[in-house]
Write a protein that binds this ligand. Structure first.
Ligand SMILES: *[C@@H]1O[C@H](CO)[C@@H](O)[C@H](O)[C@H]1NC(C)=O
Ligand SMILES: *[C@@H]1O[C@H](CO)[C@@H](O)[C@H](O)[C@H]1NC(C)=O
Ligand SMILES: *[C@@H]1O[C@H](CO)[C@@H](O)[C@H](O)[C@H]1NC(C)=O
Ligand SMILES: *[C@@H]1O[C@H](CO)[C@@H](O)[C@H](O)[C@H]1NC(C)=O
Ligand SMILES: *[C@@H]1O[C@H](CO)[C@@H](O)[C@H](O)[C@H]1NC(C)=O
Ligand SMILES: *[C@@H]1O[C@H](CO)[C@@H](O)[C@H](O)[C@H]1NC(C)=O
Ligand SMILES: *[C@@H]1O[C@H](CO)[C@@H](O)[C@H](O)[C@H]1NC(C)=O
Ligand SMILES: *[C@@H]1O[C@H](CO)[C@@H](O)[C@H](O)[C@H]1NC(C)=O
Ligand SMILES: *[C@@H]1O[C@H](CO)[C@@H](O)[C@H](O)[C@H]1NC(C)=O
Ligand SMILES: [Cu+2]
Length: 577
């Protein structure tokens, strides 16, 4: 107002001053929505872990890759250049991508891969999301090493729904193979057997104190006595749900998957691949070094898994060397590998901070089984290509359809340009046969069909999906991720979902909002969302071994009315097949 008043004065000097003041006043407004430009060069780099050096695929030579930090409302322009010898795409995990499906990233779903030597610029805007997300490759198993944090701070001028933490530390939990991860998946695809399990888990790329040749590089998280800090924990592991804890410290959970939660306190959290959890931690213990630790939550009985433990160190800054260098960190206590009770206690504690806008009237109701399968060895195929149980090949499916990626067009392009023969819109809305899903399933039901099937949704449809785990081959916890949306988790339980009795238990008041749901081992989860983002959106298990076997489907959300309810046109540099 002052600036405007000054402009009204007839003096030239004052006019100039007024304009300067006006400009100064406008600055914070302009700063409101920034555009962040980044160059991501996908390239091999030498990375030494577990005593051995590998030619690891990275972004900009960094492992993990660069952290992106933005404010809600900002835009990102990320120029990706592929200097690796593999096809690549980048997915911005959890970003809603309103109308910008072309920037979502899953290969052959929203784009064809960026080929070696090629490039593509991802352009998108953050709309109404705050918290911790991440980005990762969405092509073959490259995300084993091609990933990084994506931190969304509140809009400039607004604040967290909790006291401002002194420090904020992203902690990316990863998985390391003492091999080329692409060789590991190629071997499994050739044999039909389960791929080799990893050799280490990592925190910010480092395995930690319990592995050979690693302790000297263990990640240190510094802290001052009395301060409260925010840990942004991300499960970027390829194939393993993880328990996470900090020795002798309580964790106050305040957010997950970039949605705030009603705060609650726990000593251990569980994250499936794809999930993030924000926790506050107060340095209220005697100054010392404390282990931060993560290891497997392995829900499938008898299945092989990596049983090692990764660590970092929470280090009180007043602990001085040599004392700090000599003493071992206070050890962390982690639940047993098969402690489903602890995993369930955690996931069922999540609540939205206030009354949530959960859809109550449902337009589209789907019942989707999620689980494994076994394909009989086809005639003419060699025995060495059928090394699954009893000479089979592993498969996985949703409603008995094992998802096959197209190879000549992305599904989104085929949809937009009406190219026939790439996908069919007949994904079943319920299992083709009813059976005791979590019981002893007859062998006759174990072999799924293959297909590139999507389910169409009208713009604005209110959707409910029951995700029902199966006991085919083995029951296990599946982290199911939906692209382009956040959904409410209104209920979860064990056994077969019973619409009569279980619907009564739905939390339609304050259910948590997430982008990845942990479907309990031998159980079910019910999610709800409004289909307000046109495009093609993959829904899949975030265990890469399962998506490799076909545990996926896609929603095709039609345009609504007018430009603001329609998918944008494809960018000019969209990679084609
Ligand atoms: C998988 O593990 C087996 C047994 O340890 C090993 O012989 C093989 O080389 C591994 N495969 C890859 C691709 O690392
Ligand atoms: C770690 O090093 C020890 C001692 O050198 C060796 O016996 C062991 O096999 C190594 N472990 C792994 C996983 O390489
Ligand atoms: C991990 O598994 C190996 C063999 O598979 C076993 O020898 C070892 O005792 C296990 N370690 C833990 C901590 O369970
Ligand atoms: C978990 O594993 C232990 C052995 O390590 C076993 O005694 C126990 O029965 C298992 N619990 C469940 C729920 O499978
Ligand atoms: C493999 O065959 C054996 C013997 O017929 C049977 O007992 C076992 O259950 C089979 N396993 C699977 C996974 O089919
Ligand atoms: C794309 O590939 C599918 C499957 O191979 C094929 O049926 C279809 O004809 C192809 N479409 C075009 C336009 O080439
Ligand atoms: C599952 O059912 C088959 C027959 O359909 C039976 O042979 C087998 O013993 C059963 N397994 C269990 C664990 O009940
Ligand atoms: C899946 O489809 C195949 C082929 O029609 C059939 O043999 C199998 O029983 C089906 N399984 C289920 C669980 O529907
Ligand atoms: C790379 O992508 C192209 C399509 O753009 C595809 O034809 C080719 O098979 C892919 N290569 C591999 C190794 O997947
Ligand atoms: Cu899965």
């Amino acid at each position: 107002m002052e600036a405007l008043n000054s402009i009204a004065k007839p003096s030239c000097f004052l006019l100039l001053l007024g304009l300067l003041l006006l400009f100064a006043n406008a600055m914070p407004l302009l700063a409101h929505a920034k555009t962040h430009h980044h160059d991501f060069v996908v390239q091999a780099a030498k990375v030494k872990r577990l005593c051995k050096t590998h030619n690891t695929i990275t972004v900009n030579g960094m492992y993990p890759g660069p952290t992106l930090e933005v404010n809600d409302g900002d835009s990102l322009v990320i120029h990706v250049v592929n200097r690796a010898r593999y096809n690549v795409t980048i997915h911005w995990h959890g970003i809603r991508q309103m109308r910008t499906g072309w920037a979502d990233g899953p290969e052959f779903v929203t784009q064809c891969p960026i080929r070696p030597g090629g490039s593509y610029t991802y352009r998108f805007t953050i709309e109404g999301q705050e918290g911790t997300l991440w980005w990762h490759a969405h092509s073959s198993w490259l995300r084993a090493t091609v990933y990084g944090a994506l931190i969304i701070q509140p809009k400039q001028g607004s604040s967290y729904p909790f006291p401002k933490p002194t420090r904020q530390t992203p902690l990316l939990l990863g998985e390391w193979w003492d091999a080329n991860p692409i060789d590991v998946v190629r071997e499994a695809t050739r044999t039909g057997a389960t791929p080799n399990v990893s050799d280490a888990f990592t925190i910010n790329g480092q395995p930690g104190d319990f592995y050979n040749c690693s302790a000297k590089d263990t990640v240190i998280v510094p802290v001052d006595s009395g301060e409260t800090n925010l840990l942004r924990v991300i499960n970027a592991a390829l194939n393993q749900q993880l328990f996470f804890t900090v020795a002798n410290h309580k964790l106050t959970v305040v957010g997950a998957d970039a949605s705030y939660l009603k705060p609650f306190t726990t000593s251990v959290i569980m994250l499936g691949p794809g999930q993030t959890t924000d926790v506050l931690i107060t340095a209220n213990q005697p100054p010392a070094r404390y282990h931060i630790a993560a290891r497997a939550y392995a829900s499938a009985q008898g299945a092989p898994f990596d049983n090692t433990t990764t660590t970092a160190v929470l280090e009180y800054k007043t602990v001085s060397c040599p004392a700090k260098c000599a003493t071992k960190p206070v050890p962390a206590a982690l639940p047993a590998f098969n402690d489903t009770a602890t995993a369930t206690a955690f996931t069922t504690s999540l609540r939205s901070p206030k009354k949530a806008e959960v859809p109550t009237d449902i337009d589209e109701s789907l019942f989707i089984t999620v689980g494994l399968g076994l394909n009989k060895c086809p005639k003419g195929v060699r025995k060495r290509n059928c090394q699954g149980p009893n000479g089979t090949r592993f498969a996985a499916s949703m409603n008995n359809v094992s998802f096959v990626l197209p190879s000549n067009f992305s599904i989104l392009q085929a949809h937009k340009q009406r190219i026939p023969g790439v996908f069919t819109a007949d994904f079943p809305t319920k299992p083709p046969v009813k059976f005791d899903y979590t019981g002893n399933v007859s062998r006759a039901l174990w072999q799924p069909i293959r297909g590139t099937k999507v389910h169409k949704l009208k713009y604005g449809a209110r959707v409910q999906v029951v995700l029902q785990g199966t006991g085919i081959f083995v029951a296990e916890n599946h982290p199911i991720h939906l692209h382009g949306y956040d959904f409410f988790i209104v209920a979860e339980g064990f056994g077969n979902f019973n619409p009569k009795t279980d619907s009564k238990k739905f939390n339609l008041v304050d259910p948590p909002m997430r982008n990845t749901a942990s479907v309990p081992v031998g159980g079910w989860t019910v999610i709800r969302f409004v289909a307000d983002n046109p495009g093609v959106w993959l829904m899949h298990c975030h265990l890469d071994v399962h998506i490799t076997w076909g545990l996926a489907m896609a929603f095709l959300v039609e345009n609504g009315v007018g430009e603001l309810q329609s998918l944008q046109p494809p960018p000019a540099d969209l990679p084609l097949c």
